[in-house]
Design a protein around this ligand. Structure first.
Ligand code: PMP
Length: 398
């Protein structure tokens, strides 16, 4: 039977850039030990107290349908949190609960774009972005954030791409680069959105993982609350990736319509998950700091290992759970380097090219294994790069 273009076109065809990841998984399945630094998944699990609460409320009967737009209590808690963190008055009418950040990205683009509309996104990008845009029938258009600008997108580049576009998707703290957008960057982005009448879809799922400076939500910038949809999630902040709970914060009218999409797709998030999320949020910043602490420690480990190294340099790691390495001095592509590293050292990292053209010649290293293993893997990666410094050709094993 014929399949729809929408479903067959989701991945964009060709390699999806996850070859190294898939090869590493196959090696592990075949019994070869591999140090996996590919995925944005904590090496800790959801806190037992959160699971106890989930179990308690489910046992007490909260296993039926829940309000499609989210429970009033959870929406109130998120509204209060957003108001406190950004200063933008926010009520439950501005909040829709979704089964994680990914459905929130889909719902936001569905809200902003009609089929055939152009939707901008910043390259390097989180792997699902172009497919999410294609999934709603819109047309993805990349705007490069270049390494020579510290992967900060420029207002002029957004403006140059904005003709005919309806929306712009940004992500700070950023996956894959670990970069946090500066106030100047966000001010420029906001101005480009106002000047070109774009929705801003602001993916802030890493907002509790900022290592230098503070997180600035562009919804708080002048004139932006009416045109910004913010994506939030419990996945990264509370190590609740498997619970599937996130949200969209935006103008009340947009949220009212966006919720209709949930009625026709997910029909909401289980009530016991929402209650557990509320319990987790009510634990306050201490729990968030505890979940973030391993990445802060490993960021310091990476800085120590990379200090004085020429073959590999680090993009400043200001947030999120990744360190992005520039390996252009080896004259290898990220893809060739990552494949050769996997074969020779049994260490799996993501090639920068998996996240777009702007990250070519880079590697994304997820800081998601224990400290000692992480340090050992980085030291071996550095030695591997040093042996391959441009001008010093070395046979690459297998
Ligand atoms: N946005 C970004 C930038 C991400 O890295 C991820 C997960 N890796 C998501 C959204 C989606 O996360 P979730 O659906 O688990 O909330």
């Amino acid at each position: 039977m014929k399949l729809s273009k929408r479903i067959t076109g989701l991945t964009g065809g060709g390699s999806d850039g996850w070859d190294v990841f898939n090869r590493a998984r196959a090696m592990i399945a075949a019994g070869t030990p591999v140090i996996e630094l590919t995925q944005g998944e904590h090496d800790i699990r959801t806190a037992p107290a959160i699971l106890d609460e989930m179990h308690r409320v489910a046992k007490a009967g909260n296993t039926g349908y829940s309000p499609v737009h989210g429970t009033p209590a959870l929406r109130d808690a998120i509204a209060a949190r957003v108001t406190a963190r950004t200063g933008v008055p926010t009520t439950r009418d501005n909040v829709a609960i979704t089964p994680g950040g990914q459905p929130a990205l889909f719902a936001s683009h569905s809200t902003a774009c009609d089929p055939g509309d152009t939707a901008l996104f910043i390259d390097p990008y989180y792997a699902t972005y172009p497919g999410t845009i294609r999934g709603v029938g819109a047309v993805p258009r990349a705007v490069a954030a270049r390494p020579d600008h510290g992967f900060q997108p420029l207002e002029a580049d957004i403006a140059a791409a904005a003709d005919g576009a309806r929306s712009l998707l940004i992500n700070t703290p950023n996956n894959p680069t670990g970069v946090v957008y500066t106030e100047a960057t966000l001010t420029g982005i906001a101005r480009a959105c106002r000047d070109h009448d774009l929705w801003l879809i602001s993916d802030e799922v890493y907002d509790t993982q900022v290592w230098t400076g503070t997180h600035l939500s562009p919804r708080a910038l002048p004139g932006m609350a009416d045109r910004t949809l913010v994506i939030g999630s419990m996945s990264k902040s509370h190590a609740m990736t498997g619970s599937r709970v996130g949200w969209v914060v935006g103008p009340a009218e947009a949220i009212r319509h966006l919720v209709n999409l949930s009625t026709h797709t997910t029909y909401g998030v289980p009530g016991f998950i929402q209650d557990a999320a509320l319990f987790a949020l009510n634990q306050g910043p201490a729990l968030e700091a505890q979940v973030a602490a391993p990445f802060l420690r490993r960021r310091a480990i990476a800085a120590g290992v990379l200090n004085g190294v020429n073959a590999v340099t680090s993009v400043p790691c200001d947030g999120a759970m990744y360190v992005m390495l520039d390996i252009r001095a080896t004259a290898m592509t990220g893809e060739a380097f990552a494949n050769a590293l996997l074969d020779a050292e049994k260490i799996a990292v993501m090639p920068g090219e998996s996240f777009g053209r702007a990250a070519a010649g880079h590697l994304r290293v997820a800081m998601t294994v224990d400290d000692a293993t992480f340090e050992d893997a980085l030291r071996r990666l550095v030695a591997f790069a040093e042996a391959r410094l441009a001008g010093k050709p070395v046979e690459i094993s297998a």
